[in-house]
Design a protein around this ligand. Sequence first.
Ligand SMILES: NC(=O)c1ccc[n+]([C@@H]2O[C@H](COP(=O)([O-])OP(=O)(O)OC[C@H]3O[C@@H](n4cnc5c(N)ncnc54)[C@H](OP(=O)(O)O)[C@@H]3O)[C@@H](O)[C@H]2O)c1
Length: 178
Amino acid sequence: MIMKKTLIFVTTLDGKITHWGEPHVKRWSSEEDKKHFKNIWNKSYLIVIGSSTFDAEPLKPTPDYHYIVMTRTPSKYKNQEVLGQLEFTDQTPNDLLARFEKEGYDEMLVVGGPHVATSFFKEQLIDEFWLTIEPKIFGVGGNFVIKEKFDIQLHLISLEKVNEQGTLITRYSVTNKK
Ligand SMILES: NC(=O)c1ccc[n+]([C@@H]2O[C@H](COP(=O)([O-])OP(=O)(O)OC[C@H]3O[C@@H](n4cnc5c(N)ncnc54)[C@H](OP(=O)(O)O)[C@@H]3O)[C@@H](O)[C@H]2O)c1
């Protein structure tokens, strides 16, 4: 079974994914983006997240999802683990993919943050990148990838203006993946 890996982010016009480094994205993203994010989350089952993003807003285990939190020290989170629902792992993106493909899953949602996105891009695993662009400029804040030499080519699948201010929901496919 070949798995589709979708990465999703919301950014400002100047490419910031946090407001001055403050971790709570929902404080500045538009209602329309929140709805879009909730919609894709609800349709997913395997959801990958980095430990920093998890720490900022911990996820409650539920049988509806298999959350995979990437960390170099899974032992730190041992008491929070719930088998098949909330997993903490130091497996590489390639190993995670191989494991879940073998188990028959066909979709994986990668919700960041930047370190996790970079790990997946480095291994050329992202098929689609869904980026919401909010008409804001923050000047200071994180980017959706960390400093790394990339040459990723994408192709626009769709572009939707979802409110009066001009929030854009874009979907791209990565054309030079593995
Ligand atoms: N605007 C958006 O759409 C959006 C989306 C997501 C997150 N964010 C923001 O991004 C910020 C966090 O960014 P971040 O880059 O620091 O965090 P992150 O990617 O969520 O987490 C980074 C951590 O994940 C673990 N990790 C990443 N790649 C790994 C790998 N290949 N193997 C093992 N562990 C790996 C490491 O954990 P350990 O340190 O535990 O080893 C690393 O320190 C938060 O403020 C969050 O709100 C914004």
